[in-house]
Write a protein that binds this ligand. Structure first.
Ligand SMILES: Cc1ncc(COP(=O)(O)O)c(C=O)c1O
Length: 436
């Protein structure tokens, strides 16, 4: 898969990168990509990797699926950009119709498309404020919603996302996310929410509670059905909108099209992005029609919002999820990962404190001596680096930076997943012997 157009070694490109690009924009792996197809990524030096990062949960359908590429090429031959606010096109409407029908719950839905996940969240908040006439937004500690000013304020982790970037937009309040593994359960989190209502903002002034059904950047902690159902009830009781941020958990990653389906709840608004178009930049806000129609004409939009390339890619992704049964594959792949990691833990890998996830949104939390209160971010970094040396690209995450998340393409075969896990096992076994 080598490509003659790529010049330079990883080392020389890295040196150029350091000179040309600000240090605040980091790259986890010092390896420059040449090509990527399905689960395989080849770097500029011709080394092949199994990619378990998928561009941060974007390529659920694998890299450059030929069906998506063909649809986008055909679209490019017709037009690449018009701006939906100027001259609309059918693919936008068709994708909205399809997502309205697929979103959880019986209430009729409407959808607007944007470009990035953060932009989806920004718009969800605008819509919620216009609908309720209220100011307050409640989000969760450890949650991640983006890097724009408002989504930075909504994000529940200071370093590196917020430090030195203040002042923050006002009326955003953070509540602790339930993490039983850290000794903080669902009822503790519900009590924390009540405490916020008592100490910081009255429920009648809250426009929305925004939650990731599975914390993404925060560490793949899964909100239980009980917790999401309790939030749903609380929101109904106080006229607060429930916004589920499915940017990372959506599009079959968790074994359902959307993770919030597991709780059987109907969110008032959902934000989507990442895997919805297999790598083409498009995001969206899906919501109950009456809520979505609250802002006045002209109040929502954007030049590139709902790009025609993203729309046709999105339509193709939905076909692939259904045709290739990617929800089933997500559960099968997640099962393989869970089994192998649990086995290693039982075999004495005491640093694997927790193995968790939904479908193929799996993670392991690394701690010292099996103690949940002793995170091991240094070991986490080392394992990610060692795995890359063996040809496996992984991503870390977590409130305490001690979680390795597994985000393989859902189009990966069992053989590829097992090969990736063999490589990981080698790395983990080497650490086990070091610790012994
Ligand atoms: C749950 C969640 N919401 C929002 C975002 C922001 O998306 P983007 O990086 O496309 O702005 C992310 C990105 O990781 C995310 O995981």
């Amino acid at each position: 898969m080598g490509n003659d157009t790529v010049k330079g070694s990883n080392k020389s490109l890295w040196a150029r990168r350091e000179r040309a690009i600000p240090r605040a924009l980091t790259s986890l792996h010092q390896r420059f990509a040449d090509t990527a197809r399905n689960t395989a990524l080849v770097d500029v030096e011709g080394r092949e990797y199994i990619d378990f990062a998928t561009g941060i949960a974007v390529c659920n359908t694998g890299h450059s699926d030929p069906r998506i590429v063909a649809a986008v090429k055909a679209q490019l031959d017709r037009f690449s950009h018009l701006c939906f606010q100027v001259t609309p096109y059918e693919s936008y409407v068709e994708l909205a119709e399809k997502l309205n029908a697929l979103a959880p719950g019986p209430t009729p839905k409407k959808t607007i498309f944007l470009t990035t996940g953060a932009e989806a969240l920004e718009n969800a908040v605008k819509i919620a404020r216009a609908h309720t006439g209220r100011r307050g937004i409640i989000t969760f500690q450890g949650g991640y919603h983006g890097r724009t000013l408002l989504t930075m304020a909504m994000t529940g982790k200071v370093a590196p996302y917020k430090a030195r970037f203040g002042p923050m937009p006002s009326d955003v309040f953070h509540v602790r996310f339930p993490i039983p593994y850290h000794g903080f359960g669902d009822d503790d989190a519900l009590a924390a929410l009540q405490a916020t209502f008592a100490a910081s903002i009255e429920p009648a002034a809250v426009a929305a509670i925004v939650i990731e059904p599975v914390l993404g950047e925060g560490g793949f902690y899964v909100a239980s059905p009980y917790f999401l159902q309790s939030l749903r009830k609380l929101c109904d009781q106080h006229g607060i909108l429930l916004i589920c941020d499915e940017v990372q958990s959506g599009f079959a990653r968790t074994g359902r099209l959307f993770a919030s389906e597991y709780a059987g709840i109907e969110p008032d608004i959902m934000t989507i992005a990442k895997a919805m178009a297999g790598g083409f930049p498009i995001s969206g806000v899906i919501g109950k029609a009456a809520i979505m129609d609250s802002p006045d004409p002209g109040g929502l939009g954007g030049t590139y919002a709902g790009s025609p390339l993203g729309c046709v890619a999105g339509l193709e992704v939905l076909k692939i999820i259904e045709g290739d049964r990617l929800c089933e594959r997500a559960n099968a792949i997640g099962g393989l990962i869970r089994k192998r990691l649990e086995a290693l833990r039982s075999a004495g890998a005491r640093f694997i404190g927790d193995v968790r996830g939904l479908g193929a949104m799996m993670a392991m939390e690394l701690v010292v001596d099996g103690d949940p209160q002793k995170p091991d971010p240094a070991l986490t970094k080392a394992i990610v680096a060692d795995a890359a040396e063996l040809g496996l690209l992984l991503l870390s995450c977590g409130i305490r930076s001690n979680v390795i998340r597994f985000l393989p393409a859902l189009t990966a075969s069992d053989a590829t997943v097992n090969e990736a896990l063999d490589r990981l096992e080698k790395v983990l076994r080497a650490r086990m012997s070091k610790a012994a």
